[in-house]
Write a protein that binds this ligand. Structure first.
Ligand code: NCD
Length: 339
């Protein structure tokens, strides 16, 4: 599918400059810079061979204090596909934190080795602490139940390629809205572009935190409703963003077991949805999307995975200052995006 990513003709290319910038939340960069990253990722998807040496000699450190498959491998593949190198650890047990080292000390150390750091940590705020201690850009790859900005970049690229826009959409978010950091980041960012109606579908125990609702309330053109029944609203949605119940953030196993299968999207429920609806999920899924949905053209979650890698390539090449051969930012024109 082809879409048009709006660009801002008032801005010069220097205002897209992200060199040296940490991204703890997407609030750290401007809406125009987010549009620029979408254009850049679209360019990369069409020019993988041409960009394959762009970041030669640059080193990414992945500091993952919490489990991950997609996000860590996606960051690492993104740097490798830009011609750079990767160091890091994939669990806290393998790192000096197990000897009692602070995040700040680890980041001051790793800043000597790497040109950019991607950090995932179970505590909210850890990425901010890391970014203050580091002398190289730090990208938040998920801090507790707080934010996950690069997943949001993947989500935005998927909406852009499916609908040709990231505004004027009715977006349902379903499942664990309390602890699911991906939905917090996505709402925060969509509110900046505006004109989105959010339908928040969750059990009463897993509703959206107030600070995210405040964000929607602060937007002139966005609104929300909170519901518990997915089948009652699925027919209204352009996007259904399913989430996993975040077992690791529950205090009590019985609550998790009681709530984990509240919503299961299957072929029967999908029959009630628009033929053009897009089903997103940051993955990993547990039971919340039946595998029979995977072959439905509305399933967009494996596209999201690819878009995540492309957006991480766009972001990392930007923050390490690795220009992409052939990518002239067309700030005076709209640029075509291909799924
Ligand atoms: C998400 C995360 O870690 O927050 N996964 C991901 O990064 N793709 C969602 C989840 O774990 O449920």
């Amino acid at each position: 599918m082809v879409g048009r990513i709006p660009s801002d003709s008032q801005l010069s290319t220097s205002q897209f400059n992200l060199v040296g910038r940490s991204v703890v939340t997407l609030d750290d960069i401007t809406a125009s810079q987010i549009s620029y990253l979408l254009r850049k990722a679209s360019f990369i998807s069409e020019h993988l061979p041409e960009v394959s040496h762009a970041a030669a000699g640059k080193i990414l450190a992945t500091l993952f204090y919490e489990p991950s498959t997609r996000t860590r491998l996606s960051f690492e593949t993104a740097m490798l596909r830009l011609g750079g190198h990767v160091i890091g650890f994939s669990s806290a047990q393998n790192a000096s934190v197990s000897k009692g080292e602070s995040i700040s000390d680890t980041l001051k150390t790793v800043s000597n080795y790497a040109d950019v750091v991607a950090i995932r940590h179970p505590k909210e705020g850890a990425a901010l602490v890391a970014s203050k201690a580091a002398s190289v850009p730090v990208i938040n790859a998920g801090d507790g139940g707080h934010m996950h900005p690069t997943q949001t970049l993947a989500d935005l690229a998927t909406l852009q390629s499916r609908f040709g826009r990231i505004t004027d959409l009715t977006v349902g978010l379903c499942g664990d809205l309390t602890f699911g950091r991906t939905v917090h980041s996505l709402i925060e960012t969509l509110c900046r572009f505006g004109h989105v109606k959010f339908v928040l579908v969750s059990p009463k125990e897993l509703t959206m935190p107030q600070y995210v609702l405040d964000r929607i309330n602060a937007s002139d053109s966005c609104s929300y409703e909170e519901v518990t029944d997915l089948t009652a609203v699925i027919g209204d949605l352009d996007v259904l963003y399913m989430t996993r119940v975040q077992k690791e953030r529950f205090f009590n196993e019985d609550d998790y077991l009681r709530l984990r299968d509240t919503y299961i999207l299957d072929a029967d429920k999908l029959r009630l949805a628009k033929p053009t609806m897009a089903v997103l999920h940051p993955l990993p899924r547990v039971n919340e999307i039946a595998t029979e949905v995977d072959d439905d053209p509305r399933a967009a979650y494996f596209e999201q995975v690819k878009n995540g890698m492309l957006m991480r390539m766009a972001l990392m090449s930007s923050v390490v200052g690795a220009p992409l051969p052939g990518f002239a930012d067309d700030s005076d024109e709209n640029v075509e995006v291909h799924a």
